[in-house]
Each structure stands twice: as C-alpha cells, then as structure tokens.
Design a protein around this ligand. Structure first.
Ligand code: ATP
Ligand code: FE
Length: 438
C-alpha cells in the first residue's frame, strides 16, 4: 500500500509518501518560517496565500522523489482539522482533486492524532526536502518590529558546540521504532501528552479515533508560552520555542524563581486536576524582565552580559514550564491507570516534544512510574506530511478510506463532501476530569 499525506493546518505545507511497512519514500516541507515574522503570530490570510502558492509544488515534488505517480497510490490522507480553516481548505481541496482525478480513496486525518501516531512510525525517515516559500507571501509587507529587549546576540558557546551536545542527548533518547513497537502497531492503551502550538493536553489513547481527554490547558498552550516568552526576551525568529531552548542552554535554570502554574490549587484534594495553565507564567516573566532588566540596565551591559542575563531568564522559565508538564503527567498516569490498568507507556508528541528538556524530564516521570516514555524522531515533532500519511495508512487499514464523491442523481452532479473541521476535539473529556472541574 502507498499513501500520500497532505498537511496544511497551520504554517507548514507538508507532503509525504509512506509505504504499508512504514517506509517513508519521500517527504517535502514548505515551511512559512519568516512569512509571519514581526506579526506576533501566524496570520491566517498570509498563511493561506503561502499554502496556495506551495501546495502543488510540495505534492508534485513528494511524488517525484518517491518515484510514485498518483495512480500508484492507494489513498490520499489529508488533515481536515483542527486548525485554521483557510489553511485546511487548501490541503483538502488538493487532496479531493487528486482523489477525484485518479479514483483514489480519501482518508480524513485529525491533526493531533497524527502528531501522536507518528511516534509509532517503524522506520527512520530519509532526509526531507525543504522548499522555499514562494509567491505573493515573500513580498508581504511586515509590521514594525515588536517591542522587546535587544535580541540576545548568539555567543560562540551557544551555537555549534551546543548543537552537537543537544544531538548527543537526543540520540540517547529512544524512539518507538527502536523500542516498543518495531512493527509500528501502536501498543494501546497509552497516555499521550500533546504539547504543541495550539494544544496542551493529556489524553488516554485506547485506539485509533478512541481518545479521552484527562486534562487540557485553561489558557495558553506551552508552545504559545514558549513563543510569547521568546518575544519578551527579544528573540525575533518565528517560531520562538526552539530559539528559547537554545538560549536557555547558556543559562542557570535556578537563577530566578518564578511561580509554579496553578500552585494555589496544586494539592487541592478534590479539585486536583490534570489541567494546565501557562499565561500566568508568561506574565511573571514579563514582570521579571521589567524589574530585573529594565531598559536602563540593559543599556549598561555588554553583549555577553546581556546574553547571560536573558539566558538565565529563559532557563528559569523553561524549568518551571516543564515542571508543570511533569507534575500533571505524573498525576495523569495515576488517573489513566485507574481506567486502564495495563497502560503501556507515555507518548510525548507535538512540536514542543522536540525540546530536549521536555523529553528528559518526561522520561524521568514515566520511569518513576515504571513506564517507558516515547517520542517521535525530533524532526517529526513539528508539522509534517509523514505523520498524516502514516496515520492515514492505519485508518485505511481499519476501512476508514472513503470516496470523496457523492453522486446526486437528481441534479446529475458530483458534489464534494469533505468539510474542514477547524474545531475538532480529539475525543470527549473523561468523566473524571469534568467532575474535578466543577
Ligand atoms: P497544533 O499542533 O496544536 O495545531 P501547531 O501545528 O502550530 O499547533 P506544532 O507545529 O505542533 O504546532 O508545534 C509548533 C510549536 O512547537 C511552536 O509553538 C514552537 O515554538 C514549538 N517548538 C518547536 N520546537 C521547540 C523546542 N525545541 N522547544 C520549545 N518549543 C518548541
Ligand atoms: Fe501541529
């Protein structure tokens, strides 16, 4: 079997072809990094234009490097939600057009389930082909730069040597293909911590399409908190999360004490929950910068001193944010075990699972509970076409492929029947979590 996966839910246009045994034949990504810089977030109209400009090239190139023609495919899988509707529509339109033209099955994919399932890809993917974003977006006018302390200058210590160190650490962390599931069959039930730009959830995963939410964020996701805090620290690149992680490697994570999120309700008996909150932590960083690093003080520091001060704040923020994830995940393991005593492992997935501090801390939490923690390969944590193709493959095996055509006999027209679902919960909230919320 061969499945083409198409992803366009946010700011990455991705396409990949995956074979039934999990081999990735080819993967292409047109990232919009740069397009939204200076806007303070992803601008839906700009993102839509960039997807529209990139979608044909991305899909054509993925098929070309895979050595596959559309008629060889068994199905096209496409993200139909959750995400930005303007963006989702671009991918869905392309998938439907391909399926119609080549008589292929179409598989609707849930973006967050794809993030989780790519953990079980049984093979290492080959290098990805990156396409530059093109078309109108490149020339889009930018707003004035947002207010922030001077960008932390990269010091020699934060670049090559540390990237090597990060790589070495990440290679020591197992992925599913090397441990629990060499054949790619997910060992349901497991607990999934989904940490990304738009979501922050603890989910009990009992099967494909069978997930129940134990906890989610009351405000921002951790990805959003990383991105906003990165901006406060003057990091200009978008997304800011990976930049903040790099900066934090140069800092002392115990230099500043920041309030633990939801600490007032932390050990609160009946009100104990697996929910998250990150907006207070972000505000605390803003206050810390205002008091500890006001503009007059920054002006007195040389580049190296400035870098060190910002790195201490980044590291302290990251420590508290990751401890919050860890504490809630430890609690969720207990909850999940009360429902499914044979819990197999803890999956950590989504863009923020690329963060090495997140990986190592969650590995510790899982191991304290006698469980393994598994993550997707680093490169597949953020949005990509492989996760859609691989999840689509598994849905196809369950008979969930469909013809995207509806024959309306009376009107004698063929109507499209694939709708995008910008809001699409991955599953119901578990009863226990809703009880705790009241
Ligand atoms: P969602 O998946 O919820 O719809 P999204 O698709 O925009 O949102 P992802 O692509 O899964 O999000 O993840 C992007 C997020 O991950 C961004 O917020 C980014 O800053 C964050 N991120 C990526 N790498 C790292 C890292 N190394 N450390 C911290 N954050 C990171
Ligand atoms: Fe995502």
């Amino acid at each position: 079997w061969l499945v083409l996966g198409i992803e366009s839910s946010c700011d990455d246009t991705g396409a990949a072809v995956v074979r039934g045994d999990g081999t990735v034949l080819g993967e292409v990504l047109a990232s919009q990094a740069g397009v939204h810089e200076g806007w303070g977030g992803v601008v839906p109209k700009l993102a839509q234009a960039a997807h529209a400009a990139a979608i044909d090239r991305t899909v054509d190139e993925a098929l070309r490097i895979s050595g596959v023609s559309p008629s060889d495919l068994s199905a096209v899988a496409v993200t139909v939600g959750p995400g930005l509707s303007l963006c989702l529509e671009v991918g869905v339109k392309k998938a439907v057009a391909l399926a119609r033209e080549h008589q292929l099955l179409l598989v609707r994919a849930h973006h967050m389930e794809c993030h989780a399932m790519v953990t079980w890809l049984p093979t290492q993917p080959p290098p990805r082909v990156d396409l530059p974003v093109g078309g109108a977006t490149a020339a889009a006018p930018k707003p004035a730069a947002c207010e922030a302390p001077q960008a932390a200058a990269a010091t020699p210590s934060s670049s090559a040597a540390l990237d090597q160190k990060a790589l070495a650490i990440s290679q020591g962390i197992p992925t599913a293909s090397t441990t629990l599931s060499p054949d790619g069959v997910p060992p349901f039930p497991f607990l999934t911590l989904l940490v990304s730009g738009g979501h922050n959830m603890l989910v009990l995963s009992s099967g494909l399409g069978r997930h129940s939410i134990l906890g989610s964020t009351l405000d921002d996701s951790i990805g959003e908190a990383f991105d906003k805090t990165a901006r406060l620290l003057g990091l200009q690149k978008v997304p800011g999360g990976p930049e903040l992680e790099k900066l934090a490697r140069d800092g002392d994570e115990h230099r500043h004490s920041l309030p633990a999120p939801l600490s007032r309700t932390r050990d609160e008996g009946l009100r104990a929950s697996c929910d998250f909150s990150f907006s207070g932590l972000k505000s605390a960083v803003r206050m810390l910068i205002d008091t500890h690093l006001p503009a007059e003080k920054l002006a007195e520091l040389n580049e190296e001193q400035k870098h060190a001060e910002l790195a201490h704040i980044a590291a302290s923020f990251q420590r508290v944010a990751v401890e919050h994830l860890a504490m809630r995940t430890a609690r969720a393991i207990e909850w999940a075990r009360a429902i499914e005593p044979d819990l197999s492992c803890v999956v950590v997935a989504g863009g923020v699972a690329a963060n090495l501090r997140v990986r190592s801390e969650l590995a510790r939490v899982a191991s304290d509970a006698g469980l393994a923690m598994v993550c997707p390969p680093l490169r597949l944590c953020t949005d990509n076409g492989v996760m859609v193709a691989w999840t689509g493959m598994q849905r196809l095996r369950l008979g969930l492929g469909e013809r995207p055509l509806r024959l309306d006999a009376e009107a004698d027209v063929v109507a499209l029947c694939v709708e995008v679902r910008p809001r699409w919960p991955i599953g119901p909230r578990d009863r226990r979590s809703t009880t705790q919320q009241q």
